[in-house]
Write a protein that binds this ligand. Structure first.
Ligand SMILES: Nc1ncnc2c1ncn2[C@@H]1O[C@H](COP(=O)(O)OP(=O)(O)OP(=O)(O)O)[C@@H](O)[C@H]1O
Length: 259
């Protein structure tokens, strides 16, 4: 007698996007995106410039209202139940607009209080984050005087402060030096091995190949491929798959002859 396979309930995805659409006048930036980000995954969202990654992630975290579609974070509708959904997410937006006339410590304190956290917990976590991210604990340097990489790191610290279940990061490694990039990778890997989920956009194939369990390739507002890294990559390199999916142009040599 064959014993029927016992299956538990399907785990709820950390993020589920269905039929997501965004238009900017005549331009359709996101043209019906369906995507599941499995809980516990390290998910890389790839795509050429203008593919719609930032627009998709901004809608997914409740920063930009979609024209159509449904977004759920761990089962909670981001636009109908925003308080609950947003309590579960940590966000590093593209070109994070920070209150940059504050020091790093003050900015974290401000974020913590906005999140309704106990001030003592905020102080303790802020000191730890500033220390681990090598942002200095003197509390004198204002964020406006930070370098681009330091701004990325304080943005990440703000995203981590309340202990979210899902981190949504728009190009977290952009403008970050190799030492800081390695530090950020370690922190994110530790976060995922502790049960968290990360989705981030990137143009850097090596980073995505090294870190991600899952990837999606986006082009012209649509998801062209998605799955585990092994499924998407197959026998090829991710870069090859990416170029063949999005279609690259090559310079034949006749262009830019004046150079
Ligand atoms: N506020 C806006 N108004 C008008 N068009 C916009 C706006 N935001 C984005 N777009 C357009 O939508 C498309 C998708 O942009 P988006 O920033 O989402 O792409 P991306 O994949 O994040 O690109 P990149 O890798 O260059 O950051 C682009 O054609 C862009 O010009």
């Amino acid at each position: 007698m064959t014993v029927p396979e016992q299956r538990g309930p399907e785990p709820v995805p950390a993020m589920a996007l269905r039929g997501l659409v965004k238009r900017f006048e005549a331009k359709t930036a996101v043209a019906g995106v369906d995507l599941d980000v499995p809980a516990g995954s390290f998910f890389g969202l790839l795509g050429p410039n203008g593919a719609g990654k930032t627009t998709t992630l901004s809608m997914a975290v409740g920063l930009l209202r979609p024209d159509g579609g449904d977004i759920r974070v761990l089962g909670h509708d981001v636009w109908r139940d925003p308080v609950r959904a947003k309590s579960l997410i940590g966000v590093l937006p593209d070109g994070a607009r920070l209150f940059d006339r504050l020091s790093g410590g003050e900015l974290l304190a401000y974020h913590g209080l906005l999140r309704g956290m106990d001030p003592r917990v905020v102080d303790q976590r802020a000191a730890e984050l500033l220390d681990v991210l090598a942002l200095g604990t003197d509390n004198r340097t204002l964020v406006v005087d930070y370098s681009a990489g330091m701004k990325k790191k304080i943005g990440l610290a703000c995203a981590l402060l309340h202990g979210p279940r899902l981190l949504v990061l728009d190009e977290p490694f952009e403008a970050v030096d190799p030492v800081s990039a390695s530090l950020i990778r370690d922190i994110l890997q530790r976060y995922v091995s502790g049960g968290g989920t990360v989705i981030f956009s990137s143009h850097v194939m090596e980073v995505v190949e090294r870190l991600c369990s899952h990837v999606a390739i986006m082009a012209e507002g649509a998801i062209r491929r998605s799955g585990t890294l092994a499924e998407v990559r197959g026998e090829d390199s991710l870069e090859h798959v990416f170029v063949s999916v999005v279609g690259g142009r090559t310079a034949t040599g006749s262009e830019l002859a004046w150079l």
